[in-house]
Design a protein around this ligand. Structure first.
Ligand SMILES: Cc1cc2nc3c(=O)[nH]c(=O)nc-3n(C[C@H](O)[C@H](O)[C@H](O)COP(=O)(O)O)c2cc1C
Length: 193
């Protein structure tokens, strides 16, 4: 089994960094080979350009995207880790989605509608929010990651199984609560991967 861990946080001392390290450790405990995409460390170019778009339609896919697609293709499970920024993920991760999960690779349009091409894979997105759970439920924040990534990306691209998880009020909770969150991450990986 192979996993791709796609991680986006500029600060290596952040809670998201701790989540990503925990995910990697738990996957490896299960004997799963993990390839890490630390998008900030890679200085990943997140801008889907006119040339990129034309390339995906003509089959002339830019080399940097091709390499990322190869890693997605080789993975049985993809785990994404990032904070929620303005009801979404950081632009660098959004750009990874825009550029890597392109038409012809991740999905296609057929006479009967769009069809995902990444069948058989599992996808998991783990995010953190500043908002507490009650506020998130009142404002709809609790749904954005499931709709915007689990369903919109993993579901649309034909993944066989997918899940999302938000940890709430991360900047406000105690260290003990954050340790409990990391235990939850461990359980999540043990049960999902
Ligand atoms: C640019 C930016 C936008 C943010 N937008 C939101 C938001 O829309 N909703 C929310 O609950 N928290 C938001 N936050 C708070 C972060 O989600 C929170 O600080 C982060 O999840 C904590 O994890 P970290 O310590 O690993 O950064 C935002 C933070 C930043 C820097």
């Amino acid at each position: 089994m192979k996993a791709l861990l796609v991680y986006a946080h500029p600060n290596p001392l952040s809670f998201n960094a701790a989540i990503a390290a925990t995910v990697k450790e738990e996957l490896e405990k299960k004997g799963i080979e993990v390839k890490v995409k630390d998008l900030y460390a890679m200085n990943f170019n997140p801008v889907l350009s006119k040339a990129d778009l034309e390339g995906t339609h003509t089959g002339n896919v830019p080399a940097d995207i091709k390499a990322e697609q190869e890693d997605v293709r080789n993975a049985d499970i993809i785990v994404m880790v990032a904070p929620i920024w303005w009801y979404s993920v950081p632009a660098i991760m959004k750009g990874y989605m825009d550029r890597v999960f392109s038409i012809g690779f991740a999905y296609e349009y057929t006479e009967s509608g769009p069809r995902g091409l990444l069948n058989g894979k599992k996808g998991l997105i783990i995010t953190t929010a500043g908002a507490d759970e009650k506020t998130a439920k009142e404002t709809g924040l609790d749904k954005v990651v499931d709709m915007g990534i689990a369903q919109a990306l993993f579901g649309f691209c034909g993944f066989s199984e997918y899940k999302s998880k938000i940890f709430y009020a991360v900047p406000m909770v105690s260290d003990e609560e954050r340790r409990n969150m990391l235990s939850e991450v461990r359980n999540l990986i043990q049960n999902f991967a």
